[in-house]
Write a protein of this length. Structure first.
Length: 278
């Protein structure tokens, strides 16, 4: 029940935003688990849409372009794939067939294996692994049309070295590297190169939020920096520059590789490490 109460609280928090609107199946129809989390949301903010995913996503995009903040509800597992497909199709309509895909969606989910709710396992994999696969699945057919393309999947140092107390995040990131290698072998002969990059401790908002969970955030940051052989965290530009190289024609012979950009941290043992890298 704690998960549901938190979900209701989150929905109510979103509903207090002036431009937020909820739309999708089960927004108003009672009897659904989803609708029971929206009972305190004003009815005028809920739009019932018993329609196909494509239509729902199209309306969501249209509302977003008009300045609204659509919260799309859909009780189907394939909704993420549908959303990604629509995004890819919109890109093709406005520009051309995709040349490069950077799969950079990720969330930190850390827990004790046996006490962690199943919902946390699913949440980690839905973003950290499913999101990467669905991105590849949506773009690959279009790259095959011109027998050329480059995909870079953002993994993590957690995908090559286990850090204690970080379950199930490293499981998902190992999966990203495995997915990359499997797809790379299948599509290399078709002109598509697929590689992954494993960043270490990068100074990002996610890492900053992690530090703020500690009793002394500044001390936690300093400890993380001192743990690095280079004595600092990496920057987003350093990761972006590596990805640009991996996506370019300068490294067309790189197939199924996982490039580690971590300031040397994986060259050291992670004993007693609790700094949430990657």
């Amino acid at each position: 029940m704690k998960y549901k109460s938190e979900l209701i609280r989150s929905m109510n928090w979103l509903a207090n935003k002036r431009d937020t609107v909820f739309l999708g199946q089960a927004c108003k129809v009672s009897g659904h688990a989803i609708s029971s989390t929206l009972v305190e949301v004003p009815e005028e903010k809920r739009i019932e849409l018993p329609v196909f995913e494509e239509t729902q996503m199209g309306l969501s995009l249209g509302l977003a372009l008009q300045g609204f903040v659509p919260v799309t509800i859909y009780p189907r597992i394939d909704f993420l794939l549908s959303a990604i497909n629509q995004m890819v199709n919109k890109t093709i309509n406005e520009f051309d067939l995709p040349d490069i895909l950077i799969n950079n969606a990720g969330i930190n989910v850390f827990g004790e294996p046996l006490s962690m709710p199943d919902s946390e396992w699913k949440r980690a994999f839905s973003v950290d692994l499913d999101g990467v696969w669905f991105g590849c699945k949506a773009v690959l057919p279009h790259m095959l049309k011109k027998n050329k393309g480059s995909i870079v999947n953002v993994a993590s140092v957690h995908g090559i070295q286990i850090i204690p107390n970080c379950f199930p995040y490293p499981v998902a990131k190992h999966g990203v590297i495995g997915l990359t290698k499997a797809l790379a072998v299948d599509y290399a002969s078709k002109g598509i190169k697929i590689n992954s990059i494993s960043p270490g401790y990068i100074d990002t908002p996610i890492v900053e939020r992690f530090f703020k969970t500690k009793p002394d955030p500044d001390a936690a940051r300093k400890e993380a920096e001192n743990h690095q052989p280079i004595k600092r965290m990496g920057t987003t530009d350093e990761i972006a520059n590596t990805i640009m190289f991996m996506s370019s024609d300068e490294c067309n012979y790189m197939i199924g590789a996982n490039i580690v950009v971590d300031g040397g941290i994986t060259l050291r043992m992670h004993e007693n490490d609790d700094t949430g890298a990657g």
